[in-house]
Write a protein that binds this ligand. Sequence first.
Ligand SMILES: Cc1ncc(COP(=O)(O)O)c(C=O)c1O
Length: 387
Amino acid sequence: MENNRLTDAQTIVAHDPHDERHYGAVTQPIYQNSLFTFNSYDRFLEAMQDEIGTSIYTRGTNPTVKELEHRLAKLEGGEEARCFASGMAAISASILSAVGAGDHIVCVNEAYGPAVQFMGTYLTRFQIETTFVDGTDLGAIEAAIRENTKLIYLESPTSLFFSILDIPAIVGVAKRIGARTIIDNTWATPCYQRPLEMGVDLVVHSLTKYIGGHSDALGGAVIGRSEFMKPLIKGEFMLLGGIMTPANANLMMRGLRTLPLRMEKYQQQGLEVASWLEKHPRVTKMNHPGLPSHPHYELAAKLMSGTGSLFSFETTVPIETMRRWAERLRYFRIGVSWGGYESLVTVHPVPRSRPGPARTLVRLYIGLESVDDIILDLQEAFAGIEA
Ligand SMILES: Cc1ncc(COP(=O)(O)O)c(C=O)c1O
């Protein structure tokens, strides 16, 4: 299937027009400075009229960061983007821009842990309550809505179990009640999913993952229409000050250059490894939305034009044995995060709230090592725990 989104993305990330301001330098230099000065008071006052659009101070607009924001807005199909120090800085700023004291949030219960903690615990000190629901159940979302619901917070696919939400249907509910929608699109990236085109108000990203792509910098982004972005920029962005540094923006730009290319490889390797695991006798269930056995496979194919390489599987092998299994792996490092070149593994208990017998959940991130080496590694680790 031809993926127009991917080919559009390739040109957006690879092409820079010749720019005489930078002597025709192929990449934009890093503006490693905190402030910008003016050669007349009139020009200074003129700049201050457009404080958020002009380079005056780096906790507002810095040209290196702005270039990254421009590309991210283009990739997601948003009018504006702002970059933050981390994904969590972007997530917390976007949520704070949507709610005030006494408001209510509906959040999917499989969202990224610290985002859940921010809404479910931290915001309660401002009398902001959150109801966590099974996001795959539209009825549960409708039932959770209150008169003061101002935000529906989404992540699709969800962290750990990789469930797919019916984004357009949820947007329909939010529009009916006048609530805002925010979605974490880190997993699919704009190469494979464009939530703004489905009517979502704001997209958030951890740039630390696929977009940065090299496990050497943290970053986040919020992208959307100017109507929502302008107050967020003047408020949570400028006032909380969790901005991205110019040096990190440069690293993110470098990662972005190869994002479409890497996503194709991640997709292919992720599917190959997941298909192999699905046939393994020790694997009881795969959680990968690109496999036809996934309960939301058709919805995933409708909403996304491709898949990432972070997924999980369930097994009845006890957690301690699976932790030894993880230690046997040569090419997987034990660690959190994902999106770099290196394969990763973590092992968790399946929460008791999920139906079925006690199970262990293994989350795998497939990196850029040879897929044959990865599969052999998994096979040998299984053989090792059987011995
Ligand atoms: C889906 C998702 N969203 C957001 C974040 C938070 O990003 P950061 O670590 O850059 O703050 C993470 C980090 O693991 C994540 O997995």
